[in-house]
Structures are given as structure tokens and as C-alpha cells.
Design a protein around this ligand. Structure first.
Ligand SMILES: Cc1ncc(COP(=O)(O)O)c(C=O)c1O
Length: 214
């Protein structure tokens, strides 16, 4: 495997990891492991920091971050200037959710399929900013059209109440429970028509959505 080959997933890629022979990884989303080929890279970076923390943290680290930022930006079709590294998905989601310019009475739209920690973050924002939550219950199996219709219907119903505007919609790219691909690209366009921002939880998206991954 080199930098340009896309490895086949499943059994074929198992040898690239350090897993014990009888360990069957059914869920690489919750607790994952990094490929063997990255361990020396990780060690080298760690050593660069350990041998001269000042040089690393004040100068060298930034070049390395920029190099990696460009690589990832290319992978996810983003502007490198708009891409930042976070420790994990929840750090990113909390950072954005707690920075939203919300006012008392505003509403957040979200789905019953939100990851439990994401729902906890939404509830924290609700109490902190005195906003209202509008939860859409998705009862799968549902087609993408049915999901989009339900979003549209809910927004229209909420708008008729005249009791605060929906400012942001939290959605998944791929939900974890159940494991489904959410029509996030169409949903972003739909909510944008109503002046609603989108917060997409892409925890499982990179590497799975191929060229459509934006
Ligand atoms: C859909 C979804 N969002 C967010 C997370 C949280 O990811 P992390 O623990 O890496 O922050 C997970 C973890 O499984 C997830 O499945």
C-alpha cells in the first residue's frame, strides 16, 4: 500500500492493523485503531516534539499542520483556510454549537437519530442560550424524499407558530443508530432556503462517501 493506492476494505485491509488474530472488529466507529503504517509517522512526530518542544511548538509544527491541512482539504474538497483539526468529532461539534450566535427564543432543529453526545450538546445550548428545540422523529425505513418532506413540513409548521426562528439544523452525514446515509446535501440546500444554517456531524463520512464527499 502506498499513498496513492486506495486499499480494499474488509478482510483485505486487516493485515494493515495490529489487531490480535481472534479480535473481530465490527465497529471501527466507536473504538478504532490506526493502520500500522502510521505508527512510525506518529512516533517521528512525537520525537520531533520531545527533542526540542520549543522549536516544534513555536515553528516546525505549523508547517506540518499546513501540509496535512492541504492533504485533507483536497480529500474533502474544502478550502484549506476553512479547515481546522480537532481532537475528535465531539470537540468540533461542541466548539461550533457553543459559538453559534443564538438569542433567547431561537430554535434548533435536529433529529431523533442524533448521536447521544450530540443531543447532550444541543440540550446544553438550549439551557445556556434559552432557546427551543424542535426534534424530528425519523422512523426508518424512510426514503430520502420522505425525510426531506418531513423536514420541509416541520419547518413550515414551526414558522406558522411565530414564536421564534429556526436558526440551525443539526444533521448527520451517516447516522450511527441506525447506520444510514442521511441525505445531508439535499437537506442543507432545503434548510438554506429557509435561512437556516446546517451543522453536519460527519463523524463517519470521510472515506465512505467517495467523490460525493464535500
Ligand atoms: C454519528 C456520531 N457522531 C459523533 C460521534 C462522536 O465521535 P467522537 O467520540 O470521536 O467525538 C460518534 C461516535 O461514535 C458518532 O457515531
Amino acid at each position: 500500500m502506498n499513498n496513492t493506492t486506495v486499499p480494499e476494505l474488509g478482510r483485505n485491509i486487516r493485515s494493515q492493523f495490529l489487531f490480535e488474530p481472534d479480535y473481530i472488529s465490527l465497529n471501527h466507529g466507536s473504538y478504532g485503531s490506526i493502520p500500522k503504517m502510521l505508527l512510525p509517522v506518529l512516533h517521528d512526530l512525537r520525537m520531533k516534539s520531545e527533542v526540542n518542544p520549543d522549536r516544534w511548538l513555536r515553528r516546525e509544527m505549523f508547517t506540518e499542520i499546513d501540509k496535512n491541512r492541504n492533504t485533507i482539504a483536497n480529500l474533502v474538497h474544502a478550502d484549506p483556510q476553512e479547515l481546522v483539526f480537532v481532537f475528535n468529532a465531539m470537540t468540533g461539534i461542541n466548539t461550533v454549537a457553543r459559538s453559534l450566535p443564538l438569542e433567547a427564543g431561537d430554535k434548533i432543529l435536529y433529529f431523533n437519530t442524533a448521536y447521544n453526545s450530540v443531543e447532550s450538546t444541543i440540550k446544553f445550548v438550549k439551557n445556556y442560550d434559552k432557546i427551543k428545540l424542535v426534534k424530528i422523529d425519523l422512523a426508518y425505513p424512510m426514503s430520502d424524499i420522505e425525510v426531506l418532506d418531513l423536514i420541509e413540513e416541520t419547518i413550515e409548521k414551526e414558522n406558522q407558530k411565530n414564536d421564534g426562528a429556526i436558526k440551525v439544523c443539526f444533521m448527520d452525514a451517516i447516522s450511527s443508530v441506525p447506520a444510514v446515509l442521511f441525505p445531508f446535501e439535499s437537506a442543507i440546500q432545503l434548510v438554506r432556503k429557509h435561512n437556516i444554517l446546517s451543522m453536519v456531524d460527519g463523524a463517519h463520512a470521510i472515506g465512505k462517501l467517495g467523490n460525493t464527499n464535500k
